[in-house]
Design a protein around this ligand. Sequence first.
Ligand code: ADP
Ligand code: ADP
Length: 225
Amino acid sequence: MSISIRSLNKIYPNGNHALNNINMEIPTGMFGLLGPNGAGKSTLMRILVALMEPTSGEVDVFGYNLLKERKQVRGILGYLPQDFRFFAKYKTYEFLDYAARLSGMHNGRKRRQAVDEMLEMVGLFDVRERYASRLSGGMKRRLGIAQALIHNPRLIIVDEPTTGLDPEERIRFRNLLAKISEQNVTIILSTHIVGDISSTCNCMALMNKGEIAFFGSPEEMRREA
Ligand code: ADP
Ligand code: ADP
């Protein structure tokens, strides 16, 4: 089990009940969270990465309590938010180097090696000198994944990463996630696109109006639908 969620609720200050008593055990591997806009996916993701506190409930991430052991949790997870932006003044490799520095890699030689390996892995080594803000949509998403992975987390959370990508970029991105998953990194992928999940995830949940409407394999969901 990677994440255990118990009786989780989120009520925004304006009264929006975005998460309504969520209970869920997320296995290791690649997990898909499917749901229409407004279902509560981003709210759940932001809670899981400790950017926002739930109104009530408990979350464990690889055995660490999210509310009480925030620092440990942050150390083992990476996050690619939906609205991830790159600072215009950084080149691709500089951006990743900066992320590596922030994560505590202080040895310059080791850091450069880690950055180069990561650029290679996500297929951006050839454009490493390009300003990150000038990359294509698909490349930006891959750089976002690289920054989420640079501190060697056990789990990454990616929020709607394929939105706005053309079909070719989308497939390339899915293949990258599959490759990362093979390296024993658990991936939680939030999306409103069924194809993102059915092609890559063994286990998934369908979210609607702040509740888990289905939990199981993509095949089971297709049979039930
Ligand atoms: P999704 O990511 O699935 O589109 P969200 O988690 O963004 O869903 O939103 C779930 C519900 O919570 C929606 O009704 C949305 O309008 C509401 N919501 C999201 N963020 C806020 C906020 N900051 N304040 C109030 N309501 C919010
Ligand atoms: P998402 O696709 O993640 O739901 P949105 O585009 O709906 O994102 O929301 C963008 C931002 O506005 C988010 O930071 C979200 O928290 C906030 N937001 C969404 N719905 C509401 C709402 N009803 N009231 C206040 N803020 C909201």
